[in-house]
Ligand binder design. Structure first.
Ligand SMILES: Cc1ncc(COP(=O)(O)O)c(C=O)c1O
Length: 358
């Protein structure tokens, strides 16, 4: 990102400058004069890097050896199919629907000819709140319970792990590494890298080893967690550049002070923005305060005729990609790990000036 330009995109998203600077160097020379774009995933240099990056990632999240960490292709969407194919046995599977991404995951599971039990679907409040857990229709016999920790489009975040007896599967595409978590609270965590962990092309899966022991014989190897784990995420060609970028981001997070430091900066940024929006007469955030996301902050202008002019003036001030998702409209500021506090302060200054001119 150039100086004084802030990119509020929901993903692919802004990267730390030290990471993009380093990428420029290794595009020229990663290994004996060869670019990172040219090297084999099976080269010694890349394999050494891959092993080191997994160690750093495990250290960041304090991941025990009861879990495999996989570095896969296919995007988080691919996991919407791998999860039901690998983890469903004979019972139904539970899905909590809190926004567009968990809904899509439930639809993908239903296409696998398994019984999908919708625990709760908060579409009746336009995904601005989560139904109270007392009212959820949980199935005690389900093979797993699936939810999305942070709905990137709607800006809804479930801040604490769900306490449930069945294996817990969580889409953390927009929140993994934005704060410390207790990995042992979960059975499967997955995340696309292009928000807090690098660029598109890599999906990280953290999965309890005992869950992948039961071999899903009927699947092709590419769909089986067991085969990916056995081949150390090199069953087929690995996403070399995306994986390398993630490794640089892991190092950057450690240099900043780890996940505790990420949590602090993310909480500060989101509080600043929510506080301003809540006190303004022009902007509004519709999400219930308990479930407001730390990283995706949607807001609407009270007069939506002003949307286009807001966006074009924001760009003139160096503030990009504030348009909300096409399915919900309005605006959305995504303020992931790599967005500095100054970016949010600049956004608030712009929003204040814009409001004062109306
Ligand atoms: C929460 C969440 N889950 C899943 C996805 C799908 O990710 P991908 O496009 O990498 O398949 C996204 C993408 O933005 C997301 O935000």
């Amino acid at each position: 990102m150039s100086e004084n330009i802030y990119n509020f995109s929901a993903g692919p998203a802004t990267l730390p400058k030290s990471v993009t600077d380093h990428l420029k160097l290794i595009i020229n020379d990663f290994d004996q004069g060869m670019s990172i774009l040219e090297v084999s995933h099976r080269s010694k240099a890349f394999k050494d890097f891959a092993s080191e990056s997994e160690t750093t990632f495990r250290r960041l999240l304090n991941i025990s050896d009861k879990y495999e960490v996989l570095f896969l292709q296919g995007g988080a969407t691919h996991q919407f199919t791998m999860i039901p194919q690998n983890l469903s046995r004979n019972g139904p599977v539970d899905y909590l629907i809190t926004g567009g991404w968990s809904k899509k995951a439930a639809n993908y599971a239903a296409q696998q000819q398994i019984e999908v039990n919708i625990v709760s679907d908060s579409s009746d409040n336009n995904y601005t709140d989560v139904d109270n857990q007392d009212s959820w229709n949980i199935n005690a016999d389900s093979d797993y319970f699936y939810y999305c920790a942070n709905e990137t489009v709607h800006g809804i975040e479930i801040h604490n792990p769900i306490n449930i007896d069945t294996p817990l599967v969580c889409d953390m595409s927009s929140t993994l590494c934005t704060r410390p978590i207790e990995v042992s609270d979960f059975d499967v965590i997955f995340a696309g890298a292009q928000k807090n962990l690098g660029i598109a092309g890599l999906t990280i899966v953290i999965i309890k080893k005992e869950l992948i022991k039961q071999k899903a014989e009927h699947l092709n190897p590419i769909m089986r967690y067991e085969d990916h784990a056995k081949d150390k995420s090199m069953l087929n060609t690995s996403p070399v550049f995306a994986w390398y970028t993630a490794g640089l981001v892991f190092d950057w997070i450690e240099e900043q002070g780890g996940l505790q430091a990420m949590a602090q900066i993310n909480q500060t940024k989101s509080q600043l923005l929510y506080e301003y929006i809540d006190n303004s007469d022009l902007y509004q955030n519709p999400v219930s305060k308990k479930y407001r996301s730390w990283v995706n902050i949607p807001f609407i202008l009270k007069d939506n005729d002003l949307d286009d002019i807001f966006l074009s003036q924001a760009e003139k001030s160096g503030l990009y990609n504030l348009k909300g998702h096409r399915t919900v409209g309005g605006m959305r500021a995504s303020v992931y790990n790599a967005m500095p506090v100054e970016g949010v302060e600049m956004l608030i200054t712009f929003m204040k000036d814009f409001e004062n001119k109306q």
